[in-house]
Design a binder for this molecule. Structure first.
Ligand SMILES: [Fe+2]
Ligand SMILES: [Fe+2]
Length: 370
């Protein structure tokens, strides 16, 4: 926070503030120290939710909530404890700009089609046999796949396999809500009927670094599903070179038509932290939500150690110091609000210039296990 001034405690100042609040007015001289921090001071906190907790709660949810009963998705979202105060009905987002959830779809279930002005990213964590149907195209999902559902496109989910299927959803709900841009519409029927061959966009892009000539000016990511094998191969190619000192071996999912982020408002990365690697600490304006796709290790965030393993989720808030350490070869999937920060020209970064570039660990985070 900026400096508070002693005069704010004086009775005549307090009386005046209360007086003008009665006219829906406020004194700027009090707002400035509270709002204009020297550097970002997000209310979102560093936090971690374990795989066990999410699976336990989703399995409990399966007993009481079905898409048929509620007409909605069976998704449990991450409420950042630093943001729970913001809305009286209990909503709290995961970071100040981003929402993330884990969704469970059981064999035979259908999550009804709808469309909305928020964009969605999905990362497949468990199972196979479910599809998402986007604008009439069924896109079958497997572990490690990354999917983009751009805003305003019809989408629903169905499951024709025989095992439970789970994935991470990430949306820009808090950003769109706070700027007053929310639109939502249910599909007239329960779910769309297929209008295209299954996995159509993936087949169109099976050539890799070439695009169909009709996609030259695509603003919306024309590739809906980024298959795990391709991501893994891309990272394997990087492994022949030196890692990034802060992020290890990291790739970003892009829109193959324009080279921009796969979705305009949210970035998504996959990074490999090799066994024994200890990154340097840095901080940046943007916030990040991680899912541990494979491996185990820990991340130090503002001096607190967060141990993680496959299936866990954790949050790095804006401008928080962080460094990653892997105890086995690890893959971390993440979603960030870097595109938002860049659109406002707000992105900055800083390397830790102390202690050989690493933080001192002051405590360990104790998560709910489940
Ligand atoms: Fe949706
Ligand atoms: Fe970082």
């Amino acid at each position: 926070m900026g400096d508070k001034h002693a005069y704010m405690e004086d009775q005549d100042v307090k009386d005046f503030t209360r007086d003008i609040q009665g006219y829906n007015l406020g004194p700027l001289w009090e707002a400035i120290p509270a709002l204009m921090n020297k550097t970002p001071e997000p209310h979102a906190q560093a936090y971690l939710w374990t795989d066990e907790l999410m699976k336990k709660k989703l399995n409990e949810a399966a007993q009481i909530f079905t898409p048929d009963r509620g007409g909605e998705r069976r998704a449990i979202y991450f409420q950042n404890p630093g943001l729970t105060y913001r809305q009286p009905w209990g909503w709290a987002s995961t970071t100040q700009t981003l929402y993330a959830a884990v969704q469970l779809l059981l064999p035979g279930e259908v999550a009804p089609s709808h469309r909305h002005s928020q964009s969605a990213l999905r990362f497949i964590t468990d199972g196979e046999g479910a599809y998402t149907i986007v604008e009439g195209e069924r896109i079958f999902m497997q572990e490690g796949d990354f999917l983009v559902t751009p805003k305003n496109l019809w989408h629903g989910h169905g499951h024709v396999g025989d095992k439970p299927m789970m994935w991470m959803d990430a949306l820009d709900i808090p950003t769109i809500y706070s700027i007053g841009g929310t639109f939502f519409e249910p599909y007239p029927d329960k779910i769309e009927t297929p209008k295209r061959p299954d996995n159509f966009s993936e087949q169109r892009y099976s050539g890799g670094m070439v695009r169909p000539i009709s996609d030259r000016h695509s603003a919306v990511a024309p590739l809906a599903n980024y298959k795990w094998k391709r991501t893994e191969d891309a990272i394997a190619g990087l492994m022949k070179f030196e890692p990034d000192p802060y992020e290890g071996y990291a790739v970003e999912y892009i829109n193959p038509s324009n080279g921009q982020t796969a979705n305009p408002t949210m970035g998504a990365w996959m990074q490999k932290i090799p066994k024994g690697f200890h990154s340097k600490a840095h901080r940046h304006t943007h916030s990040v939500i991680y899912q541990v796709h494979q491996g185990s290790g820990y991340t130090v965030i503002n001096g607190v150690r967060f141990d993680w393993k496959k299936g866990d989720y954790f949050v790095i808030p804006n401008w928080a110091w962080h460094e990653h350490i892997a105890s086995e070869d690890s893959y971390l999937f993440s979603v960030n609000d870097l595109p938002i920060m860049e659109k406002f020209n707000l992105e900055q970064g800083q390397a830790l210039d102390l202690n050989n570039g690493n933080q001192k660990v002051s405590s360990e985070f104790k998560p709910f296990i489940g």
